[in-house]
Each structure stands twice: as structure tokens, then as C-alpha cells.
Design a protein around this ligand. Sequence first.
Ligand code: SF4
Length: 379
Amino acid sequence: METQVRAEDRIAQAIEKTKDPALARELLREVRRLAEKFLEAHGRPAAFMEVCGSHTHALAEFGIKYALRDVLKLLSGPGCPVCVTDQQEIDAMIALADGEDRIITTFGDMLRVPGSRGSLMKVKAEGRADVRVVYSPSDAVEIAQRHPDKQVIFLGVGFETTIPVLAAAVYEAESLGLENFSMWMSGKLVEPIVRYLLDTGETHIDAFILPGHVATILGRKGFLWLAEEYGVNGVISGFEMNEILSSLYILLDLVLKGKAEIVNNYPYVVREEGNPGAWKLAEKYFMPVDMAWREIDVIPKSGMGFRPEYAHFDAKKRFPVTVGKPKPTACRCGEVIRGLIEPEECPLFGKACTPAHPIGPCMVSSEGACAAHYKYLRQ
Ligand code: SF4
């Protein structure tokens, strides 16, 4: 039977885990002091959104979210690539798997995401499809080399960090002259979704904890528009306890001073310019395309798809599938990823929907908010 860990114990464990626990305690005290100051000045807690699933998990695992719950609103945003994938697209991926001539390759989390007709795991278990989990897209290229009689399709989901890795696999397949490798490209871009959230204004957000991994590609420069055009603060953060606490401290300090800045609090990993070389490779094969997000509909130029000259690698073109509109479910992942509700506000949370029997991607994915809350924040 699963043992439930109290959030208070998590705080203690997390503080012990860091290299400098005394600093962690001090930072937590300082963050709380500033958060209380904001609460007093504005009559409401400051609301910060993280747009990286790893931050969502770190905030829950280290007990930071729980420790500050009464003074600071920490919202989980659209930072998990599996969670933001549109339901209809999930259905299309599952339909794509049907067919004896092909091998579907994917990252592990995609396997368990429920669609309207089961999941990739279900079609695999029923022997209806050859679905294989790989650790990198280049493993899929290797499978294509070993199976020249089969079409090997990789399901490419991910943000700016992953998109160059997907491009590297296409480059590899192109260099090898493989004709039996293609990719179902569903890359997503951070800027359009953050703009969408700010433009719709359906969630009040005072500042963003910006994704450290994505920033390695985009650099601090890639987020300046947030402060310059929207007057909203952002801090690029690492993932350790003290890194996150110091990032919260920086954001609170900025919002209290009424400043709008983008601070790089992960300087030993993130450069001002990011990694233009990696992005150049991504742009060789892919270009911005309109993309549907889970329960958000289509956001113009918010995804990356194949350039027309590389259509022979584009599984969407080579193996078109038609699926109807998915049946509405009671899953509220769409609201979770937009910061409208906390996972616990979904009536299925912890009852019909658990990591063992997930109803939606936010409970399936290792980066999903529902999974993080279930594991670390359940009362
Ligand atoms: S608890 Fe389950 S059903 Fe509810 S929003 Fe999360 S993943 Fe969806």
C-alpha cells in the first residue's frame, strides 16, 4: 500500500537534501516575509506561475508550495508537453498506431495518456499495434535502420528544449538516407502560450517562474518581451531548493518595487543569447505552425511543424488520419494547465483519477501538476 507523506515532513526532508540547509531556511523566512508584505499592501497574495513541469514537481516535492500556501499563490501553468497535447491529437496518434506496416516510437509518458478509444498502451497490449518506448528520438532512427521493411514513426512532443533534439534525429535520418523514418511533429512554443494567458486575462498572474531548460535555448533575451511589452516580471530559475527559493525572493522583491524585469537566476547554465546553434538546426527542418492546445483550441504559430521541403519526414502528411471530435470528459486538465484550478478542485482527483488509473494527462505525466499534487501535496 502506498504511504502518504505529510507535506510538513517534505519540507524537512527537502531542506536536508540541499547543500546548504541553513540557507534554505533563511530563504524561506525571507520569501515569506516579502510575500506577507505583498499581501498586506495589495489585500491578496501575489500570484506566480511556473511554465515548466519540472518546477511544478520541485515546488511540490520540496514543500515550498505547501509552506507558502497561505501567503503566495503558485500556479501550475502549461509546462508539461504531454499535458498540453490536444485530446483530438492524442486520438489521432492512437489511430495512427493501427497498421501492420509500422512501428510507433514514443517517450514513456505518451503511452499511458488516455484518448477517446483507450491509449497507446492499450492498443499495444491488445497486440493491435507495435508501440515502443524510446529514451531519445535518435533511438527511433536506429529502430528504422534495423527494420527497413517497416515504417518507423516517432511522436514528437516537447517545447524549445526538445525541438532541437527532434531536429537532430531528422538530420540523422536524412544523413543515413532513411526512407522509412518519419515524425508526428507536435512541438510547442512557450511565448505564444504565455501571451495567450496574459491576453485572455482569465488567470491573474503577477510574474512568471521561467523554464530553466527552455531558457538554455532561448536565453534571457528570448523572454525580454514579457517585461517590455506586458510589464510582467520573470525569473529564469534552476531546479534545486535554494535556486527556486531565491527565484521567488527575486520575483517578490521586483513586484513589491513595481519593476518589470527578466532576471537570469540560472546564469551558470543559461546564457544571455541562449543556444542559437541548436535553434538554427531546429529551424532547418521546422517552422512555426498553428497548433491546438488541450482545451484551448488553436493558437496561431504556437507550434513547430515540418517545412514543406521536408514533407517526406512529416508523418502527418505521409500517414494522414481522420478522427472525430473527442467526447467531452470530466477531466479538467485544460483548467489546470491554464492556472484556473488546483488539481484538488477536480472532482476526480485522488478518487476516479490516480497515477495507477489516470483519467487525464496531468495525472499520467511525470511532469503533470495532478501527479505532483497526488504524490506530494495530498492531505
Ligand atoms: S485529477 Fe485527473 S481527471 Fe482531474 S484534472 Fe487531473 S488528470 Fe484530469
